[in-house]
Design a protein around this ligand. Structure first.
Ligand code: OGA
Ligand code: MN
Length: 289
């Protein structure tokens, strides 16, 4: 296995190991798992990706989330991130699918609003637009390390409220159905996640974060905004340009990501599998009793 560093702080392309190797060979899994723990974003190029291979690969890392109601792929382990409607044509900009795509363009980490947060996500390209198609990533571990010690001390145990509505309301206040609202009450998470594999802490933040315990709303909003800006400053960004055959695995504990708009008439389909966090992933460091 060879690792090509993609950003000075994180992210690497993996060569010499394919998705299917990880499924069939325990030592390949161990090598990829170690690279995942240290690099946070792993890029696999030129893969023969099927839904089944992607799910098997992902399952090696932990249990998979079932896609929630209101998303394409609901009830399965596959979340379709796409602008292609049920009739096979690209959707109009005001369609629900287009709003989901727009919400993905806010800096976030996946599933921070869920009862059980996500360890990792894998996004596999299926249909890539002709124009540039880009997803951006930042390391919230590097962002944590850039804070001075006294800020780190103040922030390590701050408790943040996450709710799916905080991100969706930024796109359209009517975008979430009553059924979805009922299924997704607010959750409280620590602002940092400690990875037991390497003892490294990261900021745990997302577009779904809205309030801070014990702080008035305006102050909390401004603090979250400042922290988001600290994490996502341009030099910190790894820009991934999608090619057919790409699959990207990222650590939701230690990164944020966002999609970037592309011409809306060009079809794009990516499929995401999302791996739930377990105790060995440091889950208890972020949960609030
Ligand atoms: C995701 C996501 C961004 C993109 O799949 O979780 O945020 O560029 N995707 O599709
Ligand atoms: Mn996402």
């Amino acid at each position: 296995m060879e690792l090509i560093q993609l950003h000075q702080d994180f992210a690497a392309e993996i060569r010499g190991i394919s998705l299917i190797d990880v499924v069939t060979d325990e030592s390949a899994y161990e090598a990829v798992r170690a690279a995942f723990e240290s690099h946070s974003v792993l890029v696999f190029r030129s893969q023969l990706i099927s839904d089944e291979v992607q799910a098997l690969f992902s399952r090696a890392f932990g249990p998979l989330e079932i896609t929630k109601p209101g998303a394409v792929g609901t009830g399965t382990v596959y979340a379709h991130i796409t602008n292609i409607g049920p009739d096979g044509n690209t959707v109009e900009p005001d369609a629900q699918l287009a709003k989901v795509v727009a919400a993905n363009q806010l800096w976030h980490t996946d599933s921070s609003f869920k009862q059980r947060p996500a360890l990792a996500s894998m996004l596999g390209a299926r249909i890539v637009p002709r124009s540039d198609s880009e997803t951006q990533f930042v390391s919230t571990r590097a962002a944590w390390a850039r804070l001075c010690e006294s800020d780190q001390e103040k922030l390590a145990n701050v408790i943040v409220e996450h709710n799916y509505l905080y991100s969706r309301d930024k796109i359209d206040k009517n975008m979430v159905s009553d059924e979805e609202r009922a299924l997704l009450p607010s959750v409280h998470r620590r602002l940092t996640w400690l990875n037991p594999a390497n003892g490294q802490r990261s900021l745990y933040l997302a577009s779904h974060a809205g309030r801070i315990e014990g702080m008035d709303e305006d102050r909390a909003k401004s603090m979250l905004k400042d922290l988001m800006a600290h994490c996502t400053d341009t030099p910190q960004v790894y820009r991934h340009f999608w090619r057919a055959g790409d699959a990207v695995l990222w650590d939701n504990r230690a990164t944020m990501h966002r999609g970037i708009p592309w011409p809306s008439h060009e079809p794009r389909l990516s499929i995401r599998t999302t791996i739930s966090a377990c105790e060995r992933d440091g889950l208890s460091s972020v949960l609030v009793n």
